[in-house]
Design a protein around this ligand. Sequence first.
Ligand code: SF4
Ligand code: FES
Length: 546
Amino acid sequence: MPQITIDGRPCDYDGEKKPTILQVALDNGIEVPHYCYHDGLSIAASCRICLAEVAQPNPRNDGELELIPKLLPTCQTPAVEGSEVYTQSPKAIGNQKAVMELLLINHPLDCPVCDQAGECSLQDYSYKYGRGESRFEENKIKQPKKDLGPNVLLYSDRCIMCTRCQRFTDEVTGTGEIGIFGRGSSEQIDVFPGKPLDNELSGNVIDICPVGALLDKDFLMTMRVWNLQSTPSIDGITASGDNLWLEHNDETIRRVKPRTNLDVNNWWTSDEIRYGWKFVHSPDRLTTPSIKGEGQLGSRQDVNWNDGLSAAITSLREVTDQYGSGSLAVVVSPMLACEEAYLLAKAVVALDKNATLAVGPVPTNGEDKTFPGGYTIYAEKAPNARGVRRALEQISDEVLSFDELIDNAGQVSGLVLTGNYPSDWATPAIVTFIESRFTVLLDTLPGPAYDAADVVLPSCTWAEKAGTFENVNNRLQGFEQAIAAKEFSRAEGQIALDLIHVATGEARQVYEPMTLHAEMGDAFATDILQPASPREAVSEVQYVQL
Ligand code: SF4
Ligand code: FES
């Protein structure tokens, strides 16, 4: 394997990939400061902070190492086997300090009120590579704040003109909304007149901006980032399987960011996924079990969990006693985890061994859309239709789609139905289906299905539990629990175990998805990809001793 030396440390690299010096350094855990370079964008080499002294073998001089007289941008210079790179030489350090001094000349000292504080490259590099004091005595140039689009604000005077955002809209979305206007100290990032930053991936420019110039309207002034915990998760809204960080504190999600996975979503996620989690904290969330009241249409009576579970089991038993084997069905929503589908099927089969198993309605919207940078927004708006089917097939050879169930519903007299969709999902046909048989509904939000069901057990969103989703490309990925279940709601996996406990009298078990994989079949035992991060969610901010 070819090798270069960076600051005295030998660094291997894959010669086939022809990496730059900066890529070799980062891959080998060596920090070289960089602003304009981003793994997912073309190389601009404009910020100049990554410059280093490089000695390369000269083939015209028997391969003798020769020091190149000028500093080279490590982000743009290919690694040449046998080179020696010095990022800590007096000349390289002098450049770092000069770049930092120039960048800070007009940069406002507003870190205390800037959302980026704590995760700002300019702030971090000031400590590590800056001068520590300013020699600038003139007035700083003030630039305006601008509303770039529905999700993004621009604080122009914090911009360091790295051009990442402009390259993103050119190369990844292909929409080209962001341009560079003006020259010299008047140079500014802006959108073109009448063309706001309004593409489906616009929120990613906030992540890639190395300073606090591009800010998230949704997160603006909400929280200091060092108070957030990050939990590795998976897209729980669409079939993308995008790897995410759910960032939260006080049992509340504050923002969602993409988690880099070069096999799935690269560095990006869509605005639909980034901002689609609000239903988790809807004030309308169902939190208490209830049973249909007698008398007035639509009246419901709240009950405790013991009474709710007993009412469900007693009535499902009555259905099987009256209509015989094969009269129960379970419909598992594609919003649920594989482990939950498996347990729900087990719970219903414990009551009726010939029960029908079906996958719930799979919502879609439009067609798949792939952007020039390779990111795809999928039409399928559920995270786990394939995984639910795969899990149910471990219990029965025949698993129906929801439409097949409706078409063959004649023998179904008792139903365990799951929802957990972010918005209204029960069509009039589904409501009629519920009303014409005894139905136990596990759901998160009220709606027509809630009004029609006989027993409702409140369940959890994906952020409040752990499990596995199988995405549109059949990739099984684990996700972790970020926040506690809302009030008295329970994960569908826990509700299934509680139903088994009440139905069979076996000891009550706690829902632990990892303990189920061995019995769920070969794919679940071996193919689930778990986040490579530590399970413990910790703040990533390093405190600097002043
Ligand atoms: S707004 Fe941010 S990403 Fe865009 S050029 Fe300025 S510093 Fe770079
Ligand atoms: S990171 Fe190399 S010049 Fe900007």
